[in-house]
Design a protein around this ligand. Sequence first.
Ligand SMILES: NC(=O)c1ccc[n+]([C@@H]2O[C@H](COP(=O)([O-])OP(=O)(O)OC[C@H]3O[C@@H](n4cnc5c(N)ncnc54)[C@H](O)[C@@H]3O)[C@@H](O)[C@H]2O)c1
Length: 275
Amino acid sequence: MATKAELPARPRDWMSNSLLDGLVALVVGGGSGIGEATAITLAANGARVAVADRRKEAADGVAKKIEADGGEALSLAMDVAVASEIGAGVSELIAKFGQLDIVVNSAGVIFPGSLEDCSLDDWRTSFLVNVEGALLLGRACLPHLRKSKSASIVNISSLAGGRGYPNGGAYGPSKAALISLTRQMALEWAADGIRVNVVSPGTIDTPLTRANMRPEIIAEREAKIPLGRLGVATELADTVVFLASPAASFVTAQELNCDGGLSQSLMAQKFFANK
Ligand SMILES: NC(=O)c1ccc[n+]([C@@H]2O[C@H](COP(=O)([O-])OP(=O)(O)OC[C@H]3O[C@@H](n4cnc5c(N)ncnc54)[C@H](O)[C@@H]3O)[C@@H](O)[C@H]2O)c1
């Protein structure tokens, strides 16, 4: 079984820097974790990339990394829950790059708690950021995506959007709504040539995971994942880049689980238990 140390150091350049040649990407939540790895991998494949985050200094850091590797990047302060900030950021992107082709929405919040205990504030913030944010972002980008010959949106949901789990009170329902919103966007905007897909990560080793899970819980999770380990952010990035790229030109309205097999493992775990 591959250990984390054996995983190839990437970002992966899929086609010698040319898969996304001539395309411009916006990655919201690009300052950390999955969004950061995605922004860097998009750039490694030839896209010019705007890195947006509500933490501007984090977005600055990722944009600098891309530029240090020879890519072109722009850093934006953007809270995906605030329409005026999205509008200002998209205008700045268009002023600099002149076009927009790929939108990745990796911004997300999680407030662990049961349905009985989670505060209404946490419930509302979860839906505001994880669902309404995706709608606001999609609407703001739509006029520009309509002009692109290779337009796509990739939202980042969660396995929690497809199934309940302990302390997933506000998070799971909001991520389920994001999956549904993705399908609705895909069908409404297909006639404009815009593809919209959603990636549902299992458990990925990012700052968000480390902040929300004690090491012993992480070890328990690893034991239940068929591939025997957490995912790493670059593996999510590769999945997102595939969906965002012309390589997936006939793929839309789909949810893709990137989870080491966890979502399909319930019966397998039952069989092992019965041996
Ligand atoms: N890490 C996992 O195991 C996992 C599993 C399932 C789903 N996800 C989802 O993947 C996405 C990325 O998670 P991550 O693990 O990379 O987290 P992370 O905390 O490492 O990165 C998330 C980034 O989003 C930014 N952000 C948060 N709220 C924002 C907002 N309102 N506007 C703009 N930016 C905002 C944060 O500042 C941060 O830089 C989230 O949507 C999360 O729900 C992660």
